[in-house]
Ligand binder design. Sequence first.
Ligand code: FAD
Length: 418
Amino acid sequence: MSHKSGEQAGVTFSLPQVEIGPSGRLSCMTQDSASAQREVGSDLIIIGAGIVGAMCAHYAINSGLRTIVIDRNAVASGTTGAGEGNIMVSDKTPGPELDLALISRELWFEVGARVGDTFELVAKGGISVARNNPQPLRGLAQSQTLVGVDAREVDANALSKLEPFISPEIKYGVHYPQDAQCQPMLAAARILQDFQRRGGQLRSHQEVISIEETSDGVAVKTVDTVFRASHVINAAGTWAGEIAKRAGSDLPIMPRRGFILVTAPLPPYVFHKVYDSDYVDNVASSDADLQTSTVIEGTKSGTILIGASRERVGYDKSMSVPVIKKLARQATSLFPVLRDAQLLRVYNGFRPYSPDHLPVIGPDSRIKGLYHCAGHEGAGIGLSAASGKLISEMITGVKTFVDATPFSPARFQNLLVS
Ligand SMILES: Cc1cc2nc3c(=O)[nH]c(=O)nc-3n(C[C@H](O)[C@H](O)[C@H](O)COP(=O)(O)OP(=O)(O)OC[C@H]3O[C@@H](n4cnc5c(N)ncnc54)[C@H](O)[C@@H]3O)c2cc1C
């Protein structure tokens, strides 16, 4: 609501800004000093309007919490805008992350139905291929099958039917029909639009500067507003460590850079997400140095996305010709038909890396009222639905659908950020 002022008997006066939220609660900003701040109240504040923040908002509003999402930029302007949108179960070894991924995959389709949009969500399936010894991939697939993953071994003949343009040198693969893909930016935008339609508030272009514990909850400050609530969720992705610091706590989330090559639109050459089986090892590696493995997939528009690289080089946005060359070379060895493809663009983004490769979901060990939902690294799109549901269950105090202990921020209590 705009600031109102007028003149009466030669005296300039100003009315305080008053805002009525969907809950009927008033917020107010006095205009007397430059340092005056608007006060806004709600039950829950979510910092970050990426896919994780959007899913947190979705489940919070489902639970009846009056919720405000704050982002310093626009929706999906962080790593969500750089993600490929895979919702994968195939690249995870049995354990808590795979358990979460299996549930999250189902929830994605539920969220789509609830929001009334598909976000280009499609269960197109993934294929992991072994260039040499098939045993490690076979062993992984067998262990995954035991925990509910649909993993089907395919020989050269079956492979050529699933992927007619794959190199004939590839003799063994595993087909994972559950692997899905969505358009992550569209998903975050649509989920947050639905959230707003149901009374949630979105404040973009407001940077969170500090978070303080108060007698009845938390105060989250931006440059001109104090947001008060019982709880705050830190869904700031790669920047979640910075948010934790601003609250007086700590979280060892670091950027892990990844490049994506995007070809000009092509005829349909790649029908699944196809990747080298060493990708699983690269994902799980804690090495800061460059790792690359071939990951290729088509999109609805006909472009082909080529990845994947991983390296911890801080927030260095610069292009790396050696990485780009390496990714292109690996891709053409898997799909020789791509040798003539033109590159449309190359971009990079920063995965929110946590030292043990598990997301951080749960209450901060120091600051009451502060919850974290971050550090999903290269799986944040896929895991976002289950993460949002889990954190909303924690905050509302209902029994969680999965044991959240492996994701607890407390596991890092004695760890220093490297
Ligand atoms: C090349 C690449 C490919 C990927 N492919 C996949 C994939 O196929 N499948 C998959 O599951 N994952 C993939 N990922 C990972 C995935 O993109 C991330 O895990 C996910 O997007 C993280 O989402 P988020 O909402 O936690 O973070 P973000 O999308 O980064 O959102 C965090 C938000 O917090 C905001 N913020 C930060 N600081 C502040 C502040 N002080 N005040 C207010 N707002 C703040 C930022 O502006 C940002 O919008 C990929 C990542 C990369 C880099």
